[in-house]
Write a protein that binds this ligand. Structure first.
Ligand code: ZN
Length: 174
């Protein structure tokens, strides 16, 4: 592997130097990797989301799985299987959010076109799992978890929507 160039390394100066302060005040030493409150949260990568705080959780309480759109992908399922059997997870909350870009367009083609037009990159080899029927996509994703052959029958699984303007987590009853 070649060494990163100077631009690459300086792009991270702020985060690495901020860490020094974090280390000075570090208080999570000795925390177990088991999710103390048994929650696996599947949510979006959106930077407006504070997954622990919004649910009254602290580090060590929950497993957080994040991706674009809070979609239940094969990788999400793989991670949930590990989380349930090895990491103390005994309930799963899937939590997409309001004003999510991934739920603002009809289908992946729109996103592929935008990226191609603006950057000249053809991303059609990827599936982005965009869907503007957010509740329909959530229902589908919850079913994927509920019917996964390797996950325990009766594992509590539910969905809610996080409102990025109010902080409210709205259960969908799905
Ligand atoms: Zn989002």
């Amino acid at each position: 592997m070649s060494a990163p160039d100077e631009t690459t390394s300086s792009a991270f100066d702020d985060v690495f130097s901020a860490n020094a302060e974090y280390v000075a005040n570090f208080s999570l030493n000795g925390l177990e990797p088991i999710a103390r409150r048994g929650l696996a949260l599947v949510t979006c990568m959106d930077s407006r989301i504070e997954p622990l705080d919004m649910l009254g959780m602290k580090p060590g309480d929950a497993r957080i799985l994040r991706n674009a759109g809070a979609r239940v992908t094969d990788d999400t399922l793989r991670t949930l299987v590990l989380a349930v059997y090895l990491l103390g997870v005994d309930r799963v909350l899937v939590l997409p959010h309001t004003r999510c870009k991934m739920a603002s367009v009809d289908n992946d083609d729109v996103v592929h076109d935008i990226i191609e037009e603006q950057y000249g990159v053809d991303t059609r080899s990827l599936e982005f799992h965009t869907d503007n029927n957010q509740l329909g996509a959530l229902r589908h994703d919850l079913e994927r978890i509920r019917h996964h052959p390797l996950l325990p029958k009766g594992l509590p699984v539910t969905g809610a929507i996080y409102d990025v303007d109010t902080g409210r987590v709205d259960p969908t009853g799905l």
